[in-house]
Design a protein around this ligand. Structure first.
Ligand SMILES: Nc1nc2c(ncn2[C@@H]2O[C@H](COP(=O)(O)OP(=O)(O)OP(=O)(O)O)[C@@H](O)[C@H]2O)c(=O)[nH]1
Length: 263
């Protein structure tokens, strides 16, 4: 004759409870990950209340009523910890992902991301025979500014340059910090005339802001348009634009030079 083993029965009950509690975690995890910390906390509270309600209506008896409240609090604590851990993990992941593509200081694209995107644009422009323009911007006398006003002021200038340039750009344009005090802008589908309008506007805007803050720097800018015989590699495109910017530097700084690449 079959006689149920009480310890086996209680083990099965325990297993059921654990699995049910785990099910509460799934919506909390999903909402926290996709909806954010605040929504996650709301769902954690709702789920903890649901858990307490289900527990009390299941006929579960405790040797002391305080145990029910203690268990409910522990369950809520677990839900809350999961919410907080997941939101911290997501923030960290987002930061890491952003750092892989952007410059930590200015938020502009970093050299690697800029090169990858530019390579795609070069391939597209070559295939469809569309022009594009690259503007290479170097801050003049930046070292002196750092020396006179401090590194933090220098950082602020770099951030201001990136922010101002970005406010003037279209969503399809790119803005990157290539290193130190050097920035590059990319204008797809833009010939020299269109690039002239936008770069002179950016230059005016930058100079105005520098003057307003009494930062003694100017900008040397080389703007190179590619129409035919577009080079194959990003490095060539960047080096050519850099050389044009250097021509401005060697000619007294604080100016823009435009050119069309002819191969
Ligand atoms: N504040 C700050 N300074 C930086 C950063 N990265 C590089 N620099 C400084 O930028 C300066 C760049 O110096 P240079 O390339 O000689 O530039 P410059 O003084 O503008 O000289 P010209 O370009 O000839 O006008 C160096 O002093 C670097 O230390 C940064 O992230 N923050």
């Amino acid at each position: 004759m079959y006689s149920p083993n009480p310890s086996c029965e209680s083990q099965e009950n325990l297993q059921e409870e654990v699995i049910c509690t785990l099910f509460y975690l799934i919506p909390i995890a999903i909402v926290t990950w996709f909806g954010g910390r605040l929504l996650g906390i709301v769902v954690a509270i709702v789920n903890a209340l649901a858990w307490a309600f289900a527990d009390s209506s299941s006929g579960h008896t405790y040797s002391h009523t305080a145990i029910f409240y203690w268990n409910s609090t522990v369950v809520f604590g677990i839900f809350l910890v999961l919410t907080l851990l997941l939101s911290v993990l997501k923030d960290a992941l987002e930061k890491q992902t952003a750092l892989a593509f952007t410059d930590y200081l200015t938020g502009a694209l970093n050299r690697r991301a800029f090169s990858d995107l530019l390579q795609m644009e070069i391939d597209r422009s070559k295939r469809y025979k569309h022009p594009f323009t690259v503007a290479y911007i170097d801050i003049d006398n930046f070292k002196q500014l750092n020396d006179k006003f401090g590194h933090r002021a220098g950082d602020l200038v770099l951030c201001t340059v990136a922010d101002l340039a970005r406010t003037q750009l279209r969503s399809t344009d790119l803005c990157a910090r290539l290193g130190g005090d050097e920035f590059a802008l990319f204008f797809p589908e833009s010939g020299q005339e269109a690039a002239q309008i936008i770069t002179s506007k950016i230059q005016l805007c930058l100079l105005g802001e520098m003057e307003k803050n009494k930062w003694p720097v100017t900008f040397s800018i080389g703007v190179l348009t590619f129409i035919d015989n577009i080079p194959h590699t990003v490095d060539e495109v960047i080096d050519l634009s850099d050389s044009l910017m250097y021509a401005v530097k060697n000619n007294g700084k604080d100016a823009i030079r435009y050119s069309i690449y002819t191969g």
